[in-house]
Design a protein around this ligand. Sequence first.
Ligand code: AMP
Ligand code: ZN
Length: 495
Amino acid sequence: MELKLYNSLTRSKEVFEPADPERVTMYNCGPTVYSYAHIGNARAAVVADVLFRVLRHIYGEENVVYARNITDVDDKIIAAATEQGVDITEITEKYARIYNEDLAALNCLMPTVQPKATDNIGGMIAIISKLIEDGFAYESDGHVFFDVSKFDDYGKLSGNTLDALRKGERVGEGEVARKKNSADFVLWKPEMNGVGWDAPFGFGRPGWHIECSAMAKETLGETIDIHCGGVDLKFPHHENEIAQSECAHGKTMARYWVHNEFLNMGSEKMSKSLGNVQLVHDLLEKWDGEVIRLALLKAHYRSELIWTEELLQESKAQLDGWYRFLNDTMSFEVSKEFIERHVASLKHHTLDLVGREPIIHALCNDLMTPTLIAFISQMESGGRLSLRIISEQPDNAPQLAQLVIFRKLMNEGADILGLLQKDPDDWFKSGVTDELEALCKEYDAVRDQAVAAKEAGDKAKMGEMFKQSDQIRDQIAEAGFIIETGPNGSELRRK
Ligand code: AMP
Ligand code: ZN
């Protein structure tokens, strides 16, 4: 199966060919851990997770190495630690844990490796030393800068070549006084509030870009297959990663660059600085992680995604439909031989689906998640039609074979998207609060009293008790649940 990816470096869709199919490598710029991740950050992580799943499907689980780092040293982290009077690790460990928990709730697989910047300071110092030695970097007033004029390919990813940058140059900005060229960027800077490491160029801390260059090399190697991240990272972050790594190692840093577009609130990018963020942590209070994940995957990763409440509602309704179908057809199990026996009488378009790989097909076309989502819904509709026919003609073997095939395709498609990972029964029970549980118990108690009153011939009491139970049922219905009464009492299910 041929995987095509849009490579930001060549600005074209290309067939992906790993350097070594037995060790396919991908790197994704991870979070700076000083607060909660917002849903825009989650988009980048979920897109990378789908790519990871596709690569594992094609090359085998053991043959894909995915690194997503934790940036655990940064000015904002140090400032927060100083303000709270704690060590930086108190902040970083807490938010790294929350980040992983939030993403796990969105069904993101853990990356193969999750390097921390603070564990890789030695690697950063080694790269910086090499860059100084080879004349690509220089020391200035306690800082080390990368000299962009020494790298001919500067700007090849983002188009921000030195010429283009010079045109927009503004004098007197930030560190410009210490730099040779205003586009030079910092590799090492002096300590902040006592946070720093010993290095040949002074007690200090790394710049952000060098962290990723060092961690990518350490975990994956000098040349990696795929580097991911949001489009906002193309420049300066990824452009600078390329400059550092390629000058230090004399090799291509990443062969394919995959960038996801923004998640927007209205017409604006969701970002902390604009103050329009919705935190994953908060969204998970109200929505199941799969609802959020489906909402994120409904747009192709290279299109902007406008985040709305309606998008979430639509995603929930779609998942409810899928899970309901799985729930309604749970009892239909047939053997492979049964399917093979009846497959010949299936309609031509169903036959087309059997034995091919329609599932992975959509994703192999530059991760076309909307196509696969539409396909899953088509399988659900087709399966429902079969179910209706079977309910009228229980012996209709070809329809039963078709239903099982459609359900299998639905599950396979959902699996690779990281959806439908729950038991259908649990899905419909999710969201039952302690309060609702108590109401459900009360409902049973009131019904028992009504039945007892009926047996005792107390009509007035019976009427009163049934009225009360109706009220409880309405209250539960208002919260979105129905009561199902079985031999062991009543249970709640989502409507
Ligand atoms: P940050 O913590 O800002 O470095 O971002 C972590 C990841 O989230 C990066 O890959 C960013 O490009 C990505 N990102 C940040 N904001 C958004 C957004 N609004 N939409 C999509 N991706 C985003
Ligand atoms: Zn990075």
